[in-house]
Write a protein that binds this ligand. Structure first.
Ligand SMILES: Cc1ncc(C[n+]2csc(CCOP(=O)(O)OP(=O)(O)O)c2C)c(N)n1
Length: 631
């Protein structure tokens, strides 16, 4: 049977559909999302949960004249399909295909790039204010999940929006989940609203009655204030959003299309800041995802009929190896605490959560708070291990500087997903951590080459003083055949893995094994390359670097991090100051640009960070020197 979806002029065509047809389109979108994501991987459960919501928004609003902002943007697949990207949808997250997140360069319906959480209300407020300043007339609507609402920025924006009174609509998509179950007082608050909506209605009635009491003199008004206070805080869940200046509509069934359409229309007509609280089921319409939304939050390829993941690699990830190592360390040292910002599974800290629930903290999507709380714990003699993805640690930069490093506090940062993450693309690549961490006084920065070295670096970090970070990429544990043993970590010292006389390759972390492979290629070309595992991006092993630089006369630094401010900058600095004129230098890293999405191997190769790319750069450096010698 032909799909209704294929013949529609989207999004405008939605306005002419009957309820039955809208429901049919919802079913077709779900099938499209499930079919595509089973092949491409992606954020399945979150996207399935908002199909009716996306349909209703695009039925009422006139995008792109009206502006719709999706917080994080991982749930925007239905929005993409509904805004003219059905025919490209099968290329989701593929190299050269459409992005898994809203991208302004992909469609005028994506009004803002997102990927990190809790930004949507600030963006919406900015756009709404721009509209008001120009006396324009359109609606601005932000969709934010209950998980993303735990991020501080969301509260900062709510606080400001309530004060400004600007026309904006915030849709709170409450599915009780972040990636794992949502945490904190806000989650309990939303749960009370969900389970006791009659209390909210009663509260509104009482508020109306109080408003209508004629107020004669100060005493009456004082008793009314007291009455309101006691009712508000003792009988009925406090209405946080209304108290902040929003009109609150809800809670409503986020899969009921007519109700959603009516409510969005009401919100538009009402004006001012309006918050619509919708309750949705994460994974809706695909039983395996409904049953286990946590596993289906972000998935690789899977078998649609059974929901079974088609894992390409069964070996443990570096995150799991890290998680197990922290548990082992914690069994010997009661001072060790583990902290995650809403990523217990992704960081491997779920093992710690089970083993030591009292010493484990999931703070919600609140990286800044995670870091400063770790500072508080460290100031009292505990040893916090804060595991955060490189890209999300960007958010807590001031906290690392001001709340940790400035006081020399011993906090260990496990920086996961460092370097190029692959299909999630530029919002998620972790290419800046080396640069931003290296520039902080007193900070130690390491990068392991494999799982053994990761475990050794964790132990080393736990036993040193002051702030310390080690960063590792998204990848499975290294190929066992490549294991070379792991000599003990010494502060600020690298390890010479292979001797050579023509060129020295100084490699960091994930680039050490590709550099060894490059050295093998070079050997076949008659070039003898030394390979140094730098281990430390700060402090660097200056004496060893100078020694092999002087010996080889050519130095190539290779790192999976931005070329701006990376290890290469430091090595170039050392060479220029201390071996001037005698050593030729080249640097391979992630270029000073935002790298697109696609398989990690392709992206790395594009940056020249493959064995072939490294050997080619090394050969160029060698032949450049030859040419120079001949002149
Ligand atoms: C600053 C930041 N930290 C962490 C993440 C990783 N992350 C992506 S989605 C997500 C959960 C979002 O939960 P919610 O907003 O409730 O959306 P849902 O997936 O439940 O629809 C998290 C923690 C992120 N995108 N940004």
């Amino acid at each position: 049977m032909a799909r209704l979806l294929d013949g529609l002029d989207l999004p405008k065509g939605l306005r002419h559909l009957t309820l039955g047809q809208l429901q049919q389109v919802a079913g077709e979108i779900r099938e499209e999302i499930i079919g595509t994501v089973s092949e491409t991987g992606g954020h399945l459960a979150s996207s399935l949960g908002v199909v009716e919501l996306a349909l209703s928004i695009h039925t009422v609003l006139d995008s792109p004249n009206d502006k719709v902002i999706w917080d994080v943007g991982h749930q925007a697949y239905a929005h993409k399909i509904l805004t003219g990207r059905l025919s490209e949808f099968s290329s989701l997250r593929q190299y050269g295909g459409i992005s898994g997140f809203p991208r302004t360069d992909e469609s005028p319906h994506d009004v803002y790039n997102t990927g990190h959480s809790s930004t949507s209300i600030s963006v919406a407020l900015g756009i709404a204010k721009a509209r008001d300043l120009r006396n324009e007339n359109y609606s601005v609507l932000a969709v934010i999940g209950d998980g993303s609402l735990t991020g501080g920025m969301a509260f900062e924006a709510l606080n400001h929006a309530g004060q400004l009174g600007t026309d904006i609509i915030v849709v709170l998509n409450d599915n009780e989940m972040s990636i794992s179950r949502n945490v904190g007082g806000l989650a309990s608050y939303l749960s009370r609203i969900r389970t006791e909506p009659h209390l909210l209605r009663a509260r509104r009635r009482i508020d109306r009655i109080i408003k209508n009491i004629p107020i004669i003199g100060k005493d009456v008004s004082e008793s009314v204030r007291k009455l309101k206070g006691s009712l508000k805080y003792l009988v009925i869940p406090s209405m946080l959003f209304e108290d902040l200046g929003f009109t609150y509509l809800g809670p409503l069934d986020g899969h009921d299309i007519p109700l959603l359409i009516r409510t969005i229309q009401q919100a538009k007509a009402k004006g001012g800041p309006v918050l619509i609280h919708v309750v949705t089921k994460k994974g809706k319409g695909y039983p395996p995802a409904e049953a286990d939304p946590r596993a289906f939050h972000g998935v690789g390829k899977f078998h649609v009929p059974s929901g079974k993941m088609l894992a390409s690699n069964s070996s443990k990830s570096l995150s799991e190896i890290f998680g197990e190592a922290v548990v082992r360390a914690a069994s010997k040292d009661p001072r060790i605490i583990a902290i995650t910002a809403a990523m217990p599974d992704g960081t491997g800290l779920n093992a710690f959560m089970k083993a030591y629930p009292n010493r484990f903290f999931d703070v919600g999507i609140a990286e800044q708070h995670a870091v400063t709380m770790a500072g508080g714990l460290a100031s009292q003699g505990f040893i916090p291990v804060v595991a955060i993805y490189s890209t999300f640690l960007q958010r807590a930069y001031d906290q690392i500087v001001h709340d940790i490093a400035l006081q020399g506090l011993h906090v260990v940062f496990a920086v996961d997903r460092a370097g190029l993450v692959g299909e999630d693309g530029p919002t998620h690549h972790g290419n800046l951590d080396i640069a931003f961490l290296r520039s902080i006084p007193g900070m130690t920065v390491m990068a392991p080459v494999d799982d053994d070295e990761l475990v050794s670096m964790l132990d080393f970090a736990l036993n040193m003083e002051g702030p310390c970070a080690f960063r590792y990429p998204r990848s499975s544990a290294m190929d066992k055949r490549k294991k070379r043993g792991c000599p003990p970590i010494e502060y600020g010292r690298g390890v010479l893995l292979e001797d050579g006389k023509d060129i020295a390759i100084i490699a960091l972390g994930s680039m050490v094994y590709p550099s060894l492979d490059a050295a093998a290629i070079l050997r076949r070309e008659g070039v003898s390359a030394a390979v140094l595992n730098a281990r430390f991006a700060k402090p660097v092993d200056e004496s060893l670097i100078l020694e092999i630089s002087r010996e080889c006369k050519k130095v190539l630094v290779v790192e999976e991090a931005s070329v701006v401010g990376g290890l290469g900058s430091e090595v170039a600095d050392i060479i220029s100051k201390k071996a001037q004129g005698k050593v030729e230098f080249a640097h391979l890293g992630i270029p000073d640009d935002f790298v697109t999405h696609g398989p990690r191997e392709i992206l790395l190769a594009e940056c020249g960070l493959s064995p072939m790319g490294i050997s080619e750069t090394a050969l160029r450096l060698c032949s450049r020197c030859q040419a120079l010698l001949k002149v």
